[in-house]
Design a protein around this ligand. Structure first.
Ligand code: F6P
Length: 356
């Protein structure tokens, strides 16, 4: 038996732990593993692949990024920037089937987020035996309580807030920290609470400038001359504007709301405000221990699903247990923060403003 693995979309701390888990579990069954490089592109002619032996994955659990490389663009791009899903072209599917047949790969494990799993579902429906593994720092996939990579991204935000806090206090400034997460506020909410933010703005709760300014002034009047504001990149400004950047023909990408908001808060409050965008720092570096363990468990489970013939399934984390769900339960609809949920209530109860 020979199986394939690829990761697709943005990279994410913990991807190498998944590869380690897959290769370890497969070798125990006496199976071979082919790793396809650069996402789905590795499945097309001239795409690269590599035979992965257990010896090749020694020590990779702690490494950030992915030893296989990845892309969220090109032939299979199912979702680009903030655009909708697109179908994979028929000739691309045929070439994929040919590659798998030529290499004698009997099943494919696809590690990806919403867009990549949408592609995986499409390929599965076209007859390719596929198992999905959920991956995204954004934590916005349906049908899994958590994705690996999220905890590492949150740790990055917390570390940044700890650092920015000291300089904000020294200069009596307001600091606006823009974090990733696309249209979901998970990174902002968890990172903001853990990092001691005073204001957390998430896409699920529309903020008003007046309320944000009110909190800054209230703190000022209480003798706290610095304020930490965390804003998720996917938030809408009060006039409905989503701040984006153009990405060389691939459509708009989130990014820039931190600067826009900082200017407006400065104008409204008269305070000195600085913006800091954490950007890809949140995706880089070593995975936390939680993400390493989650990744390895997901990888092992994916192999078990192949062994049991549960194609079209995705590994899923629910109630401390790693199980599975149909891929279609996880894609085409993002998992948002519950605006009235327990974590938001926790934030409010410890005095954090959500800007509403
Ligand atoms: O989906 C993960 C993510 O890091 C988002 O939080 C962010 O908006 C996007 O990817 C950035 O993508 P790129 O690496 O293409 O700039």
């Amino acid at each position: 038996m020979r199986i394939g693995i690829l990761n697709s979309g943005g990279d994410c701390p913990g991807l190498n732990a998944v590869i380690h888990g897959v290769v370890g579990a497969a070798s125990k069954l006496g199976w071979e593993v082919v790793g396809f490089r650069d996402g789905f592109e590795g499945l097309l002619p001239d795409g690269e692949h590599v035979l992965l032996n257990p010896a090749d994955t020694v020590g990779i659990m702690k490494l950030g990024g992915t030893i296989l490389g990845t892309t969220n663009k090109n032939s299979f791009a199912a979702k680009v920037g903030t655009n909708n899903l697109k179908d994979v072209a028929g000739r691309v599917i045929e070439m994929t089937k040919q590659t798998l047949a030529d290499l004698r790969v009997e099943a494919l494990i696809v590690v990806g987020g919403d867009g990549s799993l949408g592609t995986a579902l499409h390929l599965f429906r076209a007859g390719i035996p596929i198992i999905g593994v959920p991956k995204t720092i954004d934590n916005d996939l349906q049908a899994t309580a958590m994705t690996f990579g999220f905890d590492s991204a949150v740790s990055c935000v917390v570390d940044a807030l700890d650092r920015l806090h000291t300089t904000a206090v020294s200069h009596k400034r307001v600091m606006v920290v823009e974090v990733m997460g696309r249209s979901a506020g998970w990174i902002a909410l968890w990172g903001g609470i853990a990092g001691g933010a005073n204001v957390i703005l998430i896409p699920e709760i529309q903020f008003s400038l007046e309320k944000v300014a009110e909190r800054v002034i209230e703190r000022e009047n209480n003798g706290h001359h610095s304020t930490m504001i965390v804003v998720a990149e996917g938030c809408k400004m009060p006039d409905g504007e989503v701040v984006t950047k153009e990405d060389g023909g691939y459509g708009p990408r989130f990014g820039g709301i931190g600067e826009v908001l900082a200017k407006r808060v400065g104008e409204t409050t008269g305070k000195e405000v600085r913006a800091c965008t954490l950007g890809h720092l949140q995706r880089g570096g070593e995975p936390t221990s939680l993400d390493r363990i989650l990744g390895a468990r997901f990888g092992v489970k994916a192999v078990e699903l192949v062994r049991d013939g549960h194609f079209g399934s995705m590994v899923s984390y629910q109630a401390y247990h790693v199980g599975s769900v149909p891929i279609e339960a996880a894609v085409h609809k993002l998992r948002s923060v519950d605006a009235d949920g327990e974590v938001v209530t926790t934030a409010r109860s410890i005095g954090i403003s959500l800007g509403d």
